[in-house]
Design a protein around this ligand. Structure first.
Ligand code: 0L1
Ligand code: MG
Length: 262
């Protein structure tokens, strides 16, 4: 049975307040087993509307579960998307208040900054690259609002795909002629290399994740706005962090970016 709009709003309120109050909750499908993937995106839209209503600006979008390894681990065959608000953005090298997060983890990603808007269906890698203003190294901080990161697909979509914070580098690099499949990525914590990877970990090419985002938005009557920052998905496994940690990401030809957890 399809959930009512009141129920969708009440799930959005629960997740909004859990994030605000830095409090974990059980996955929403425990109470609402009929929540479908489609209605979970309705919850995410309602969550976004709540944030915009309190003055948060929409900055961009993110893709999640983009590696075949993570999809297999979750038992799903499709990535998911979420939104990035101005409250998620952190300046390059700045401090993240750890007490404002529940159980943060970091992921190394490539950020696309879109010069042009993109509209599905059938968005191609070539269209994504042609519409890209620049590429930047990025760190996504994910922080599921669910106890012990325990969720299923509808629950994590409703929870805005665990989006919490992100930082992007400050030196823009062109996408022209860049080999995004074999581009090398290093994630360091406290000066030690903790994860390495290559762009191909993200659906074979991170630009493919952006194309998929455009098509997924199209399926819901939406499009990717010009000026959007897009986090294309984790190239490395997510690494748990705590106060006192310093995290850096270095990406071949794109430079580096970092965060400090205080
Ligand atoms: O950005 C991501 O790939 C995370 C998606 C949500 C799954 C998780 O929290 O691990
Ligand atoms: Mg991510």
């Amino acid at each position: 049975m399809s959930l009512s709009n009141d129920t969708i709003e009440s799930i959005a309120a629960l997740l909004h307040d859990a994030e605000r109050d830095v409090r974990d909750v059980v996955k929403v499908t425990d109470a609402q087993p009929d929540l479908t993937t489609e209605r979970a995106y309705d919850v995410q839209d309602a969550l976004r509307a709540r944030k915009l209503a309190r003055g948060v600006r929409l900055v961009g979008m993110k893709m999640g579960l983009t590696s075949y390894a993570k999809m297999a681990q979750m038992g799903v065959d499709t990535p998911i998307y979420g939104f990035l608000g101005s409250d998620n953005a952190v300046d390059d090298g700045a401090a993240v208040e750890t007490s404002a997060l529940i159980h943060p983890k970091v992921e190394a990603e490539i950020a696309f900054v879109m010069r042009d808007a993109l509209q599905g269906p059938d968005c191609s890698v070539e269209q994504v690259l042609a519409a890209t203003e620049c590429l930047l190294p990025a760190i996504e901080v994910i922080d599921s609002r669910y106890e012990n990161f325990r969720f299923d697909l509808p629950s994590v979509i409703a929870d805005n795909t665990s989006a919490a914070r992100y930082v992007i580098g400050s030196k823009a690099a062109s996408a022209d002629g860049r080999d995004l499949e074999s581009i090398g990525v290093v994630l360091e914590k406290n000066g030690q290399v903790v994860e390495v990877g290559a762009g191909a970990a993200v659906l074979g090419n991170p630009a493919r994740a952006v194309a998929m985002l455009v098509d997924m938005l199209h399926a819901r009557g939406q499009s990717l706005a010009a000026g959007s920052v897009v986090l294309s998905g984790a190239i490395t496994a997510a690494v748990a962090v705590e106060a006192g940690d310093d995290v850096q990401v270095r990406i071949d030809g794109l430079g580096s970016t970092g965060l400090r957890f205080v």
